[in-house]
Design a protein around this ligand. Sequence first.
Ligand SMILES: *Cc1c(COP(=O)(O)O)cnc(C)c1O
Length: 218
Amino acid sequence: MTIKENIQHIEQTIKSKQPNAKLVAVTKSVGEEEMREVFASGIKVIGENRVPSLLEKQKALADIREEIEWHFIGNLQTRPVKDMINQIDYLHSLDRIKLAKEIQKRAEKQVKCFLQVNVSGEDSKSGFSPDEVIDAVSELAAYDKIKIVGLMTMAPIDATEDELHNYFKLLKETQVSVANKNFSHAPCTELSMGMSQDYEIALEEGATHIRVGTALYE
Ligand SMILES: *Cc1c(COP(=O)(O)O)cnc(C)c1O
């Protein structure tokens, strides 16, 4: 199937399960040509997970760059923050206070961030555990360059359907508990969850942003 057909299929699923959700087209595995095809198919929300590729692709797509909403979704070290933090619209991977400190130092305006949550407790995954989230969000009130728009998670690759439902439910419950605090720096209304393998389940559990790569290009 073409990129356009794949996107139409995903948009159909969004429409039937969670009509207000956004498709973040993950383009880490493809180049400029495919990105232009994604754009021509009507998707202007792009996710990249590495700083060098983000910057290269922004340069290659200079003519449409301003029309694109750029989401950074990958693990982020502190060193490259200064190079990219003013080049993106959303950060999905705020996974530690130390990273927030660097953003506070380098950002020229407030950055819309998702706090990354490790719902499964796997050692290989970064992020706050669900029961650390409220404390972390409270602490982030002191960082005026950071706005917590929502929570993000990645489910384990080998989770069963039931487990996926439970992980995504847990993220949603955690999101609602933050939103209910009415923090001015953390409206926390958004849920970034679901990838190629599990976006349908994530939509059923209330995802507002699904991050889909592979399924667009097969
Ligand atoms: C690569 C990636 C995705 C997309 O994964 P696919 O399985 O290709 O859909 C989503 N989120 C993050 C954080 C990623 O690194």
